[in-house]
Ligand binder design. Structure first.
Ligand code: DC
Length: 223
């Protein structure tokens, strides 16, 4: 079976990473969480107190984003430091949504992401993977779910990490982030014309995986 590129895009808290990780394991492929890369840059700007666009762009040469395997899971690194546990907060997510609107930040990360896919055999998730990073990807999935379902998932995730979120605030945050992700000038989130849409509002993880493994096998055979 040929090794292919699988691009998974969609709104925040749609379960992209759960599906992408499971598919990568199933296929024996590398998984790349591009949202974690934008979050790592956001964390850098928060730590350094960088607020304006010009100083964030000027800092890019000092930023190195990578991945390491820790306890069998992929963790993102910022200048060699494992920052996985620090990037999953609402504050870093909001900052990532803002820094990801900067053209130079996108060009910086997109170049790295394209390099990671040179040997194919990759499952990458994000917002612009099927449209910008790998427009040639053999399989493109676009995941969606209703804002309420996504807010509930994010709420449950935050509670499981010991945070005490307010549901209405989490829902407002989901709606704000959707607006910013779809309305920014640079590579806004949009469905590629040849993407397969999966609305998982009322699907179980097992149900989704069954569908996605089937799509993967069809596309990997075909190419
Ligand atoms: O998927 P996530 O919530 O970890 O992503 C964090 C932010 O990064 C999100 O607001 C959108 C942005 N992002 C992006 O612009 N392009 C990507 N390929 C991945 C994430």
């Amino acid at each position: 079976m040929n090794r292919i590129i699988v691009a998974i895009d969609g709104y925040s808290s749609c379960g992209k990473s759960t599906i992408a990780k499971a598919l990568a394991k199933y296929a024996g492929y590398t998984y790349v969480d591009t949202g974690a890369m934008y979050r790592a840059i956001a964390l850098y700007t928060i730590r350094k107190g960088l607020e304006d666009e010009a100083s964030i762009i000027a800092a890019l040469p000092q930023i190195e984003v990578g991945f390491v395997l820790a306890d069998g899971a992929q963790h993102v690194t910022l200048n060699g430091e494992d920052v996985e546990s620090q990037i999953r907060t609402l504050a870093v997510g909001n900052c990532a949504s803002r820094v990801s609107a900067i053209k130079e930040v996108r060009a910086f990360l997109v170049a790295q992401q394209q390099k990671m896919g040179e040997a194919k055999g990759i499952v990458m998730d994000g917002r612009d993977i099927g449209t910008v990073v790998f427009p040639q990807a053999e399989l493109k999935l676009f995941l969606t779910a209703s804002p309420e379902v996504r807010a509930q998932r994010r709420y449950d995730e935050l509670v499981s990490k010991g945070e005490k979120p307010d549901f209405e605030a989490v829902l407002a945050d989901v709606n704000d982030r959707d607006y910013r992700d779809t309305h920014r000038a640079e590579s806004p989130l949009r469905q590629a014309d040849d993407a397969i849409v999966v609305d998982n509002s009322f699907m179980t993880i097992d149900g989704q995986m069954e569908l996605i493994y089937k799509l993967f096998n069809e596309h990997a055979d075909f190419h």
